[in-house]
Design a protein around this ligand. Structure first.
Ligand code: 13P
Ligand code: SF4
Length: 314
């Protein structure tokens, strides 16, 4: 971008930030953002986190309005945990394709085939699927959630890669749905091997939504919060990152003396990137789009989210 265009953009963003702060005060709103959001959103957020941290924060905030910058299921979870608060999102098109890979009809069929199994749903699911679920989990507490359940048989939805990863740490029988994340599932062994050749001193750090053969090559596997913590606390200076590109903002902020090589240029979730600063301002101005979850669905889904929140990450 030319210098003049950059200057104009910076000026525009400064105006938007000022307006956002004003609206936040007027509405008594909190801005929650996932680590995959654009830097311009992470810069103004009151709290930035992984799915578990965001659900925890959503449950404990005393703000009247939650502006949730992430994808749809995250806003939905915040609403389910706070039925009396207003939850708005910057753009209702920010969905999660993986969450849409499992539906109620399909899950009910599987439950009928395995009547003794308890259902564990990754938090990346829609509210009506959560309502059919015994307990939710995130990538940060999936192992602990599995072990907390008093059943030897688990139906796991929807991420086959995370399901495969956690199945290595339990003796329970896991019936795993065939869903996946379009972004993480693209990362290949070849991508990692090429990066390792280019950067032989770098440690490989990946999200468990990556394929098993990619996860196998990693020095560390964890949620976005886990990845940030690992890189921050490591004495190593160079890392190959196997998660979404939005984490670059916080990785570089927390560890300015370290180098991060993203393992593929395709590690960008287009859904997360639908949100921007301008849409945040518009959402707080119009109080739209608002998240709505029918009461019967929310009440059933809340039980599975609350059970999850009682199981902390290790
Ligand atoms: P975490 O931030 O919980 O690791 O999840 C990643 C993700 O893909 C969210 O959609
Ligand atoms: Fe969904 Fe993957 Fe995007 Fe996360 S990164 S929101 S799992 S598509």
């Amino acid at each position: 971008m030319e210098a003049l265009a950059l200057e104009k953009k910076a000026q525009r963003n400064a105006e938007l930030r000022e307006r956002l702060m004003q609206l936040k005060k007027e509405r008594n709103a909190i801005i929650l953002a996932h680590f995959y959001q654009r830097p311009e959103i992470q810069e103004v957020a009151d709290f930035i986190g992984d799915s578990f941290g965001l659900a925890q924060k959503a449950k404990t905030t005393d703000a009247d309005v939650i502006l949730f910058c992430g994808v749809h299921f995250m806003g939905e979870s915040a609403k389910i945990l706070n039925p009396n608060k207003t939850v708005i999102i910057p753009d209702e098109r920010a969905g999660c394709p993986m969450a849409d890979m499992v539906n109620v009809a399909g899950l009910r069929k599987l439950k009928a085939q395995h009547p003794n199994a308890k259902v564990v749903a990754y938090i990346n699911t829609t509210a009506d699927v959560k309502a059919e679920t015994y307990i939710c989990c995130t990538s940060s507490n999936a192992k602990q959630v599995i072990e907390s359940i008093d059943s030897d048989e688990i139906i796991w939805v929807p991420d086959k890669n995370l399901g495969h990863y956690v199945s290595q740490f339990t003796d329970k029988k896991m019936i795993i749905w065939e869903g996946y994340c379009n972004t993480h599932d693209q990362l290949s062994v070849e991508d990692i091997m090429n990066m390792k050749r280019e950067h032989p001193n770098a440690l490989v750090v990946v999200h468990p939504e990556c394929r098993p053969e990619v996860v196998q090559l990693a020095d560390y596997v964890g949620s976005t919060t886990g990845i940030l913590k690992y890189c921050r606390e490591s004495s190593h200076k160079e890392f190959i990152i196997g998660t979404e590109d939005g984490t670059r903002y916080m990785l570089e902020k927390e560890s300015p003396d370290k180098t991060f090589h993203f393992a593929s240029k395709y590690l960008v979730c287009p859904n997360m990137k639908v949100n921007n600063l301008k849409k945040c301002v518009e959402a707080l101005e119009t109080m739209k789009p608002e998240i709505y979850v029918p009461k019967d669905v929310a009440d059933a889904a809340r039980d599975s989210l609350e059970r999850m929140l009682a199981v902390a990450p290790a």
